[in-house]
Design a binder for this molecule. Structure first.
Ligand code: NAP
Length: 328
């Protein structure tokens, strides 16, 4: 798989996020933009040309059969993540799979078990986890320098064009605001405070029965509270505010891909902190994969299988509570 310290990547599904990821990959010297696989050859070829890949495949099967593919980046809709990760692992490839990792925690457990059985690398593409600003945000919180963390308020919302057949709204494609964007505030709460002890949910459905707007209130082990919102119905501020006993920190819009954080923690920290982010940010998750492979490990300790399982478990609970309200 590796040529010296280089890795041959293949992209599975030539859609919107695949293009963004390809741009990020171009900023990683150890990544070879090797193959793109689409269900349509013309689309694969156009993507190959646009993003400078070596090979284009008009079916996913042909890409899986190529022994020179080292790492597969799964960029298909949510309902296909389980199947496409499974097929990639069965073909002997390392896998980076888009968020949400799958539709349910049982699916994630299955993916993780298979990767472990095959001794292959697997990671959820939770790119925000690897962004320098998010790392800095957590570092500033740690150690009690600014007091005790008390409250996280994080929100992600935009007005989504309603289309019952789109991946945002179609139940068959794993639609819903929580799966698509609520995952970011949920990730941040989990990353900062750990698993919650209690979860309250208020949710409003779209016409398709998937969630349109969902508010989540959680209490964590040390008494921290998270207040999280996801919506396809309104343009929210999309920032994240962390209140500590000694002040507050804010990840500015868009908090899941920030380059700036501000503080009201006094002189110890400047009010505005710029954190350098290289390329478009998707390069950091790709670098993590290749760094893990360089070290011969099959799991990242920065976004581990257990963290993905915890996140998916949370999403399952939130979606179940929302569904109970819709069914009433
Ligand atoms: N990390 C992020 O910032 C971020 C942002 C947006 C989305 N995402 C995630 O990335 C995944 C893809 O989202 P996207 O916005 O890129 O979607 P998209 O533009 O619709 O692309 C998805 C691609 O999947 C392939 N596909 C295979 N079977 C399909 C089917 N039955 N219906 C539709 N497409 C199918 C298609 O590629 P071919 O036609 O080439 O086979 C399609 O272009 C989702 O899981 C989403 O949650 C992540």
């Amino acid at each position: 798989m590796a040529i010296g310290k280089k890795y041959r990547w293949a992209i599975l599904g030539a859609g919107h996020i695949a293009g963004k990821f390809a741009e990020g990959l171009a900023a990683c010297p150890q990544a070879i933009r090797y193959a793109v696989a689409s269900r349509q050859m013309e689309k694969a070829e156009a993507f190959r040309r646009q993003f400078g890949f070596e090979r284009a495949y008009g079916s996913y099967e042909e890409m899986w059969a190529d022994p020179d593919v080292g790492i597969v980046y799964v960029a298909t809709p949510n309902h296909l993540h389980l199947e496409h990760t499974r097929r990639s692992l069965m073909a002997g490839k390392a896998v980076l799979c888009e968020k949400p990792f799958a539709l349910h925690v049982a699916d994630v457990r299955e993916m993780v078990s298979l990767a472990r059985a095959k001794k292959l690398f697997l990671m959820e593409a939770l790119w925000s986890r690897f962004l320098p600003t998010i790392r800095r945000f957590k570092e500033e919180m740690m150690g009690g320098k600014y007091g005790k963390p008390l409250l996280l308020q994080a929100e992600f919302g935009f007005v989504a064009k309603y289309d019952e057949n789109s991946r945002l709204f179609a139940p068959s494609l794993g639609g819903g605001a929580v799966y698509d964007i609520g995952i970011y505030p949920l990730f941040l709460a989990l990353y900062l405070f750990g698993k919650p002890n209690s979860i309250e949910v208020v949710s409003v459905p779209a016409q398709t029965g998937t969630d349109m707007t969902t508010a989540i209130l959680m209490k964590h082990a040390n008494g921290e509270i998270s207040m999280l919102t996801a919506s396809f119905a309104m343009r929210l501020e999309c920032d994240a505010k962390l209140y500590l006993s000694g002040g507050s920190l804010r990840l500015c819009r868009m908090f899941h891909m920030p380059t700036q954080l501000t503080s009201s923690l006094g002189e110890a920290l400047p009010a505005e902190i710029e954190v350098e982010t290289l390329s478009n940010g998707y390069n950091y998750e790709a670098l993590e994969v290749m760094d893990c492979l360089d070290r011969g490990v099959t799991e990242s300790d920065r976004w581990s299988h257990e963290m993905s399982i915890d996140l998916m478990e949370l999403i399952d609970i939130v979606n179940q509570k929302a569904k109970e309200q819709f069914d009433r």
